[in-house]
Design a protein around this ligand. Structure first.
Ligand code: CA
Length: 221
């Protein structure tokens, strides 16, 4: 899962970025409105954490322009402007969540998990498919109740496929959602990663659709 973090206060940006990385996300960090708008308009994200008071274009305008352009990623507003009318303006402009500063990092992470869950059509906090279960709160994956030892990148791959279970996910989509923007992208990397995760799972649950991509069948299939 890949997050766009838009925050111009360096200390908060660093703290949130670190917490997000610790929770298994890859993070692109930007500190001004114009860059944020462009980045969100041209790159793929699983969620955006957006500060409102930004240099250049303000956060609310960035948000409105994304939504006008049909950008659908879930958005969590993070802002010192905590009055009720500003919360209403943010939600009405298309935000999914609003967290006033100061906030507890655990609450930010919980709300982020929730908006990602909702945006992918999941209702359970622990994703379960067959003998496999994935708990985003602890980045923990078990098979038949036994914990599996996955690297952060392997975890991200499995988490993305499980959140989108029942849908074919292309290699390009996986590349977009598993790597930060500054990462050197290698066309073989996804195939190699899929192979490693399959071996660790010891299950034939990630199916290849030749010419299309990969799919974990939904639990109902
Ligand atoms: Ca700010």
């Amino acid at each position: 899962m890949r997050i766009l973090l838009v925050e111009d206060e360096a200390r908060i940006a660093a703290e949130v970025a670190e917490a997000l990385k610790g929770a298994g996300y890859v993070v692109d960090l930007v500190a001004d409105g114009e860059t944020a708008w462009f980045q969100g308009d041209t790159e793929e994200y699983d969620a955006v954490v957006l500060d409102l008071g930004l240099p250049g274009m303000d956060g609310l305008s960035v948000l409105k322009r994304w939504r006008e352009n049909e950008r659908r990623f879930p958005i969590l507003i993070l802002s010192a402007r905590g009055t009720w009318s500003e919360r209403v303006a943010g939600i009405d402009a298309g935000a999914d969540e609003y967290l006033p500063k100061p906030f507890h990092m655990e609450e930010l992470l919980a709300r982020l998990r929730a908006i990602i869950r909702r945006s992918t059509g999941q209702v359970q906090t622990v994703l379960a498919i067959g003998p496999l279960s994935l708990d985003p709160r602890q980045m923990r994956v078990t098979r038949d109740g036994q914990a599996l030892n996955l690297s952060p990148q392997e975890y991200r791959l499995l988490s993305y496929l499980m959140h989108h279970a029942g849908r074919v996910v292309t290699q390009i989509e996986l590349t977009e959602h598993l790597y930060a923007q500054d990462f050197e992208r290698d066309s073989n990397a996804i195939e190699v990663l899929i192979g490693r995760v399959r071996r660790k799972l010891g299950l034939d649950i990630i199916k290849t659709r030749r010419g299309f991509g990969y799919i974990i069948p939904g639990s109902a299939e």
